[in-house]
Every structure is written in C-alpha cells, then in structure tokens.
Design a protein around this ligand. Structure first.
Ligand code: SAH
Ligand code: SF4
Ligand code: F3S
Length: 473
C-alpha cells in the first residue's frame, strides 16, 4: 500500500510536467489564433464517470483549455458507459456526428474514454470505422490525459492506451467540479461482486479502497473551496476498507467525514444490500449530517432470480433489511434500482418484484430493461424474455412505482424542510431548485444569489417526484 502511494505521487508530478509542456504550446497557439482554445466533455455514465470527467476537465483546464457548452470545441471528449446496450449505441451515433464536424474543422481533437473503451471489440470497431478519432483510453489511466495529448501531438496518428487492470491509485491531480458547493469523492474503485448481468467489474477492475487519510484530505480541501455537501462514491460503498492497512469500515469512514466541520451534508452511493450492516444504519441515524436517504438497489424481488443474478440476498432478506432501516432511521427515504426481463423471468418472478415495491414503498426508483452484455454469465443464460413481454411488465412496474411515489410526496405537503439550493429552476424565470435531505427536489421563487446556500422551504404542492414550495422565514 505504501509503495502504491509513493508511485502515485511520482506519477502525478510527471503528469503535471506534461500539462506544463502543453500549456506552453497552447499559449503560442492562443496568440496566433487570437482566441482561447476550448474543450467539451460529454459524460454518458454514472456518478463515477461524472467524477472522472471532473478530473479530466481539471487536467484540460490546467493546460489552459476553456470549457464550452457544445461540441463546437477544439477538444471534444466523450466519457462513455457500457452498462446497457443503448448507452453504447448513443455513443456510436454521436461519434459519427463528430466525424462530420471534424471534416469542417480538421484541427479539432476527438477523444474517447471510459467504460466502453475497456472492451476490445469496441476499440476494434473504432479503429476500423472511425479513423478520425485521435485518442482512446480506458478507465484505469484517466490520469494520463496530458501525457496522451502530448504523445498524440508528436505522432499525428490515433493514440490508443488501454490498461487491462488498474495498477495504481493516482492522487492529487487537479479536478474541475461541476458545482462549487457540492461534490463527489471516490472512496473506492472497481467492483468484486460480479452480479451475473453486469459488465462493470470487467471494465472497472477489482475493488480498491482509497486510504482514509487521502479521502479526508480531499474532502477538507473541497470544503476550503466552498463545498458543503459530499457524496461518497463507489460501486459497493459499504464494503469499503477491505485490503487497507488501516482497520476501518464504511460506518467508521462516514463518522470521520461528519467530524469535518465545514461538511454540512453527507450522501453515499451505492450501497449493496448484502453488506448493509447495522452499524451503518446506526451512524446514519446518529449523525445529523448524513442525509436520511438510502439508495438500495433491489434488482429483483424474486429470490430465485436474485440467486441467478448472484446478488447474495433473498426477497426476505431485503424486506427485513428495509424494515430495520425504517425502524432505525425515522423518516428515511428509500430508493432503488430494478431490472425487468432478466433471463428466465416469469410472471411469478415479476410479481414478487411488484410485491417488494408495494411493501417497501420506495420514494422513487430507476427501472431498467435487462440488456444482454457479452462476456457476462447472464448473456449465456437460456430463456431470454421476449421484448413485448418485458415492455408490458416494465410499464406495470413504472405505474406501481409512480403511484406510490405520488402518495409518499403528498404526505409531506405542508412540511418545512431545509434544502440546498442547487440551480436555477426549469419551472421558469425567478425560480430556483433545492434538494431535500431525502433527495427529492423542490422548486420555489428565489434568485441566483441563493445558489449553494441552505434555506427552509415550505412544501406547498406535490407533483409526483417533486414539489412546488416557498421560502419559509
Ligand atoms: N454498483 C451499483 C450500480 C451499478 S450500475 C449497484 O450495484 O447497484 C446501475 C444499475 O444499472 C444497476 O443497479 C442495475 O440496476 C443496472 N444494470 C446493470 N447492468 C444491467 C444490465 N445488463 N441490464 C440492465 N440494467 C443493468
Ligand atoms: Fe454491477 Fe453488481 Fe458491481 Fe453493482 S455490485 S457494479 S450491479 S456487479
Ligand atoms: Fe456505466 Fe461504467 Fe458507470 S459502465 S454505469 S459508466 S461504471
């Protein structure tokens, strides 16, 4: 572990040197063109990918590139996701469009990275059908962006650098956060669970926890720069701590984060039901800073399918766990992920899922149609469910979830809630959007000066998944 950290300090210094060399070149270009050079990053995946994009943006900004809203930029970088087939298709479509843009602007650089690039067949396809792409790299070496840009400028061809697995955790590179007042912090990388449908362990590598001191240091620095809400990120946050020299688990880490003065709210994503121990429930209940929201992926309510999915819990385990969470954390909001149409899913299996949804009463849920991922065990399972059957079940599930969400949000109308004001509202001019501790949103009258602050809001009207409210003073 020690040795890994030393290597990483050396590596960060090396990357900053590349950034510095590129900065000198960029200054010359800027003067010749009489304008700033720009970048645009598009994130296709989950919160982990979004966090990687912030790191990539940090490197580009260190070099001197300025962010722009659309693909009309000097560097366009797509940070891809491959968790479901439609995520891949969206990327191919957009890359084709970039090729046309590049015909008009030959100096533009196109960079592809992220989870899709860890799959060999994807890289082969890009090499043969999208020759105009300049740089391809994967999930394990995002810290090398400056070096790869430097190499590509000196070679003129397509530069490809994919590592099969992660060999190091590189700390201390710059990061450009999307919001100034809230931010995600990786506490671990990778996943060891190998749920049978899921590609993530293959493209993100084995689970590696970051050292607690590095995590706490990053959070302290973020709070010095104005961040008050922290989201702890990992594919299975509650298995945090395995393999570290220090003896620490997720509950212990949560407590340490709460001890940082300027941290006002702590969230985390994603816990796995099999590892959600009672000490975690106790910390959430005891520490006022930890938000009373648990996102707890169910995937299926059928114990038979859960076994085939390799989830390591039964329907009864999940129900008992949510009961313990509700009893331990008064007013807790539970949300979930559900997959419909896993191979062999029968009407009875699906009804078990509906039954859990009705019993737990989730505040909201992300629902996904099963997508076959080549290389995962489920891709070879018999009885893939016909599309029309899946579609009908999916619609029934959505209806059940949204009816329950509507009832739950309705129950809180009239309450006064402390919210973090996050952005100007899409509801119209003069409105802003705040996030409740339970993760629901409320739109209310207010101006931009409120962004990043905490205000009390009275919930006036429930609109299914969100509220209309007014400032309470
Ligand atoms: N580590 C997290 C998130 C993984 S990806 C977890 O365990 O929940 C987010 C969600 O995508 C998963 O929870 C799952 O519901 C969904 N998902 C993953 N693979 C999928 C697949 N092959 N088809 C459909 N949905 C999938
Ligand atoms: Fe995928 Fe399962 Fe790991 Fe989540 S816990 S990333 S669903 S393998
Ligand atoms: Fe997608 Fe990779 Fe996240 S596959 S869901 S971006 S870890």
């Amino acid at each position: 572990m020690r040795q890994q950290i030393d290597i990483s300090a050396e590596e960060s210094a090396k990357q900053l040197q590349f950034a510095h060399l590129l900065k000198e070149r960029l200054d010359t270009k800027r003067q010749a063109l009489g304008r700033d050079l720009t970048y645009h990053i598009e994130t296709f995946g989950c919160q982990m990918n979004a966090k990687d994009s912030e790191k990539l943006a940090g490197i580009l900004e260190t070099i001197g590139y300025k962010e722009t809203e659309d693909e009309n930029a000097d560097i366009v970088l797509y940070n891809t996701c491959t968790v479901r087939e439609n995520a891949n298709n969206r990327v191919y479509g957009r890359v084709g469009f970039l090729g046309k843009l590049k015909k008009k602007k030959p100096d533009m650089k196109i960079i592809l990275c992220g989870c899709m690039m860890q799959e060999q067949h994807v890289v082969e396809k890009i090499k043969s059908s999208y020759r105009f792409v300049d740089i391809i790299f994967g999930t394990h070496n995002i810290y090398k962006l400056a070096e790869l840009l430097y190499e590509q400028e000196n070679s003129d061809g397509m530069c490809i650098d994919i590592q099969k697995d992660a060999d190091r955790i590189v700390e201390n590179l710059p990061s450009a956060r999307k919001y100034s007042f809230k931010g995600g912090v990786n506490i671990m990388y990778g996943c060891n669970n190998f749920c049978s449908y899921c590609i993530v362990p293959y493209v993100r590598g084995r689970e590696r926890s970051r050292r607690p001191d590095d995590i706490l240091q990053e959070i302290r620095e973020m709070t010095e720069n104005g961040v008050s809400e922290i989201m702890l990120l990992g594919q299975n946050v509650n298995s945090y701590g395995h393999g570290l020299e220090e003896s620490i688990n997720f509950a212990g880490l949560l407590e340490k984060v709460c001890r940082i003065d300027k941290v006002k709210r702590v969230r985390f994503m994603t816990p796995h039901p099999k590892d959600l121990t009672d000490d975690i429930i106790e910390v959430i209940a005891r520490e006022p800073k930890v938000c009373n929201h648990v996102h707890l992926p169910l995937q299926s309510g059928s114990s038979r399918l859960l076994k085939l999915m390799n989830r390591h819990y039964t329907k009864e385990d999940y129900l008992a766990l949510t009961e313990r969470i509700k009893a331990g954390i008064p007013g807790v909001s539970l949300t979930t992920d559900i997959i419909v149409g896993f191979p062999g899913e029968t009407e009875e299996d699906f009804e078990e899922t509906l039954d859990v949804v009705k019993k737990v009463r989730f505040s909201s849920a992300f629902t996904f149609i099963y997508s076959k991922r080549t290389g995962t065990p489920a891709a070879k399972m018999p009885d893939q469910v016909p599309e029309e059957v899946v579609k009908k079940r999916f619609d029934r599930l959505l209806k059940t979830i949204s009816d329950i969400s509507a009832e739950i949000t309705e129950e809180a109308v009239g309450n006064i809630e402390n919210v973090l004001v996050e952005e100007k509202s899409s509801q119209g001019e003069g409105y802003v959007t705040g996030r409740l501790a339970n993760n629901l949103l409320v739109h209310f009258k207010g101006d931009e000066s409120l962004l990043g602050s905490y205000v009390d809001v009275k919930l006036l009207e429930a609109k299914g998944f969100y509220y209309i409210g007014e400032i309470f003073s």
